[in-house]
Structures are given as structure tokens and as C-alpha cells.
Ligand binder design. Structure first.
Ligand SMILES: [Zn+2]
Length: 302
């Protein structure tokens, strides 16, 4: 059975009308196919501090408490935003723990706000806390698990890369449009010190579609994943590389995403007893996002 976190009502407590990352992103999902069975849960300070600094926690908390405002030029916050971001991270920890324990076959977290741009010490790119990084750190800390993070969001996950850049126990793999926000993610960025070789970036030029997108995985990223021999695969699942997405210029179709999700599921089956959890990052065309999430759930549940 697939573990699913889906609580759009709670996540809607973080919202700004007119912003790309608004609560309406999840409005076109077909609720009848989505039976949530894992809950959001506030991550503890100790869990967040595995990847974030205390100063970051204090600053996010203080800015959210002072009312609606901006954490950086792109990243809004309100009174509930800190708590919701914390609950997304804690829910992801719990979902991953259940999959790791064999209580669920695999998992999907349809959550917002996203997380992969949040670095150890700052919020950016619509992201407050880096839920995927927090969950990866928890898996590694509790079970000594080697975690691979696959990030197919159209934007480079600079925060996640940064957090694990010198780490040889967490592999970070990313495909993204380049040049594009946030500007990082060159193929030459491969890690630091003991982490050299444990970061792999596949930048794609604007206009790239299914062929280039899937080739990046088939030819470069999945071979690196296989060589790493992960015990668990976490996916930063952003669907903003979709051809309909308003924020970027890749031309991936819903079928392209379905094929990639199947490839990742097959890799997990081959490498780590199917242990894979997808966590929503970007995806700013609500109709396309609904289609892609339905395709992802289809593949995970089949
Ligand atoms: Zn994105």
C-alpha cells in the first residue's frame, strides 16, 4: 500500500493570493482517488536542527509570528507558515519511517510549501524548511541508511545540494533548466571533500522536452543512482518542467513524468526493496499538476 500525506486544508493556511505558490495549486486534484493515511506532524526542533541552524529556526519563527511578510524577494510567510512548514517536515519523516519499516510499499506527500531551495540558514524560492533534507537526515541518523535524493523539479535544488554537499552518505541527483533560477546546478558542481562524486547535476536548456529529460536519467542520473547502492530513495517531485508550467521553459509532458516516475519506482525495486517516497515541490499550472500527481499515484499504486 502507498502511504499518502494529503491535507490541503491545513496546507492552505500558508497562502498568498496572486502568488505562484498559492493554495489553489492543489485545487484541481480529484479527491476521490486520494485517501490520505499518514498525517502531517510538527517536526521537533531537534529534527529540524539536523539540517537547519538554530538562527534559521528563530528567524523564520519570529518573521511568521509578526504577521504576513516576506522572508526574501520571492518567499512570503504568514502567522501559520512556520507551523505548516514544520508539519510538512515531520510528516515526511513519519512517512519515510513507515516505508523504511516496511509498513508501506512506498509513499507520496502532496504538501506545500515546497522545500528544496531552503538552505541550512535561509529561506528562499518559496521554501521555509527543507522537508526532504530533514527526512533524509532522519533516515540516515536513525537507521544509518544511505539515502539518494532525486530532484526533478525544473529549478535546481540549491538548498538540498548545499546541505549535503560534503556528505558521502547522501547522494543528490538533479535535472533542471539552466540557466534559470536559482542559477546553481552546473554539471561541474559535484561535491566537496568527502562528498566529491555524491552530487550530480544535469542542466537542460530551455525548450528541452521528454527526450532530453528522460535521456538525462537513463544515461547519467540513474547509472549514478545504481552505483551508489541507496537504502532509500527520496524524490523532490516538482512538476514545473511541464510544458504548460508558467514559471519555466522545459517542455516535459504528463506522459514524460509518468515514464520517469515508473523508472524511479523500478530503480527502487531493483536497489532498495522499492523504498521510495515522493514529496511535492514545484508545479504551478494547477491542471497540469493535477494530471501529473494522478499519474504519479497511478504508478506508485500499481
Ligand atoms: Zn521549481
Amino acid at each position: 500500500m502507498t502511504g499518502l500525506i494529503y491535507d490541503p486544508g491545513r496546507c492552505a493556511g500558508h497562502n498568498k493570493e496572486g502568488h505562484a505558490e498559492h493554495a489553489g495549486r492543489l485545487a484541481q486534484l480529484d479527491l476521490s482517488t486520494l485517501q490520505a493515511n499518514v498525517s502531517l506532524r510538527a517536526a521537533t526542533d531537534a529534527e529540524l536542527l539536523e539540517v537547519h541552524t538554530l538562527e534559521h529556526l528563530q528567524s523564520v519563527k519570529a518573521k511568521c509570528a509578526s504577521g504576513p511578510g516576506m522572508l526574501d524577494a520571492d518567499t512570503y510567510c504568514g502567522p501559520e507558515s512556520e507551523a505548516i512548514s514544520r508539519e510538512v517536515a515531520g510528516g515526511l519523516i513519519d512517512l519515510c519511517a513507515q516505508v523504511q519499516a516496511g509498513e508501506r510499499d512506498n509513499g507520496m506527500a502532496i504538501v506545500r510549501p515546497p522545500g528544496h531551495h531552503a538552505t541550512a540558514q535561509r529561506a528562499m524560492g518559496f521554501c521555509l524548511y527543507n522537508g526532504v533534507a530533514v527526512a533524509a537526515a532522519s533516515l540516515r541518523q536513525r537507521g544509518g541508511t544511505r539515502v539518494a535524493i532525486v530532484d526533478f523539479d525544473v529549478h535546481h535544488g540549491n538548498g538540498t545540494q548545499d546541505i549535503f554537499y560534503a556528505d558521502d552518505q547522501v547522494l543528490y541527483l538533479s535535472s533542471h533548466q539552466h540557466p534559470h533560477y536559482p542559477g546553481t546546478g552546473l554539471a561541474s558542481e559535484t561535491g566537496l571533500g568527502p562528498g566529491v562524486g555524491f552530487t550530480r547535476n544535469c542542466p537542460l536548456v530551455a525548450g528541452s522536452g521528454d527526450a532530453e529529460f528522460l535521456a538525462a536519467y537513463r544515461d547519467e542520473l540513474l547509472p549514478a543512482l545504481t552505483a551508489f547502492k541507496p537504502g532509500f530513495i527520496l524524490v523532490s517531485a516538482g512538476y514545473d518542467a511541464h510544458e504548460s508550467d508558467p514559471l519555466a521553459g522545459l517542455m516535459v509532458t504528463t506522459d514524460g513524468f509518468r515514464i520517469l516516475v515508473q523508472m524511479l519506482k523500478d530503480s527502487a525495486a531493483q536497489l532498495c526493496e522499492g523504498k521510495v517516497v515522493f514529496a511535492l515541490e514545484g508545479g504551478y499550472h494547477p491542471g497540469a499538476l493535477a494530471e501529473c500527481l494522478a499519474a504519479t499515484m497511478d504508478v506508485l499504486q500499481s
